[in-house]
Design a protein around this ligand. Structure first.
Ligand code: PLP
Length: 387
């Protein structure tokens, strides 16, 4: 047996392990310190009650002979796929067929698994900094990676790749920078992909956070995108399903990949759980929607508190409007890790060092609006005293 040499060469997840280790070391030597964790990307508010109720009912169905069910369709129940089309796409003028929507156990799995659709020698373009899954997945497959640096100087929107990229991962609203694209900017990527016969994997996990008018919620709002784009979405951050696990991926027939994806899923995935799909369906009821909007509003308020507070202290702050992440430039003389240490040691505040998201993340740290609002207020007060 020869193990996968690419996977073997990969280091552990340095970013989050290192954050945990440094925080643990601090709390071990300062047992009375109240450490405020403002870096986390996980949700902190409970799942809205109508969604929970729907999942309880689904569990109950499984307990009785008349309503019990076993395996569902690998691509997900049609009632959920239709609800997605009706609520998430049709109102934006996007027509999809039910067999172009695939229910998943979350965006994370699909973002990795989609890589199996492509030939091993395909090159991949990835924004730098980025959510680590794209780089890690591409490295595991031994693919050539073209990094596209994004920083304040290009408003976190990198130039199109100079050479041909076969696969392009785009994530908007962006994790970690919080950037969004206008329709015109997104159209340029779609045009590039059409010219170069590339495929875009559009990670739209934070779509629900878009609030400014004119910002596209789906890549299919641009012309020709159905030929070249796969869109990956999640109920994790909108409905609070990070533990429940449910998302979906749109693979339009025009990409020529829809049949292959179905084939792949039928072999390797036996479908998302009935319970999580029932919970997801409840997101589209009026009361479910209200619960989700309440949670989103609370996170958005926290984002505002963080952005305003940091800005009032003179920090350069980006994102935080159409996204739950605030991307903050570190003061002169610091690296992203030395600023992390400074905040931990002087304020007992934990952020996420930008360098962990890629080389171009150096010089920035990420704060998350999923943090508790009281913790953010307290953190800002502490930071005022040490700056
Ligand atoms: N995509 C991005 C940009 C994310 O930040 C995350 C999670 O933090 C995911 C995908 C994964 O989401 P899921 O919980 O649906 O696997």
């Amino acid at each position: 047996m020869n193990s996968n040499p690419y996977l073997q060469q990969m280091k552990g997840s340095y970013l989050f392990t290192e954050i945990v280790n440094r925080t643990k070391a601090y709390t071990a030597s300062h047992p009375d310190a109240r450490v405020l964790r403002l870096g986390v990307g996980d949700i902190t508010r409970p799942i809205p009650e109508p969604l929970i109720r729907a999942m309880h009912e689904a569990v109950e169905e499984l307990a009785h002979g008349g309503t019990f069910r076993g395996y569902g369709p690998e691509e997900g129940y049609e009632w959920l796929r239709q609800a997605i089309i009706e609520h998430d796409y049709r109102p934006r003028g996007i027509d999809l067929e039910a067999d172009e929507v695939f229910i998943s156990d979350g965006a994370g799995s699909d973002l990795g698994n989609l890589s199996e659709l492509f030939a091993p020698d395909n090159s991949v373009a990835i924004l730098d900094p980025s959510y680590p899954a794209y780089v890690d997945t591409s490295r595991m497959a031994g693919r050539e990676i073209i990094f596209l640096p994004s920083h304040a100087e290009n408003a976190f929107v990198p130039a199109l790749p100079a050479q041909k990229a076969d696969i392009i991962y785009l994530c908007f609203p962006n994790n970690p920078t919080g950037t969004v694209l206008t329709r015109e900017q997104l159209q340029q990527w779609v045009d590039y992909a059409r010219e170069n016969k590339s495929i875009i994997i559009f990670d739209s996990a934070y779509e629900a956070f878009i609030e400014e008018p004119g910002i596209p919620h789906s890549i299919y709002e641009t012309e020709g995108a159905k030929e070249v784009a796969i869109e990956v979405r999640s109920f994790s951050k909108s409905a609070g399903f990070t533990a429940v696990r449910c998302g979906y991926t749109v693979v339009p027939r025009q990409t020529g990949l829809q049949g292959m994806w179905l084939r792949r899923q039928c072999t390797k995935f036996n479908g998302a759980s009935y319970i999580s799909q029932k919970g997801a369906l409840a997101c589209y009821t009026p009361e479910g929607r209200r619960g989700i909007l309440d949670n989103l509003a609370a996170y958005k308020q926290t984002a505002q508190v963080l952005s305003d507070g940091l800005r009032s202290m003179g920090y350069d702050v980006f994102g935080g409007v159409n996204a739950p992440y605030i991307w903050c430039r570190v003061p002169q003389g610091y690296t992203s890790w030395s600023f992390f240490d400074h905040l931990l040691n002087e304020c007992q505040v934990v952020c996420t060092p930008g360098a962990g998201f890629g080389a171009s993340g150096e010089g920035y740290v990420r704060f998350s609006a999923f943090s508790k609002r009281e913790d953010c207020e307290e953190a800002l007060l502490r930071m005022q005293h040490v700056k």
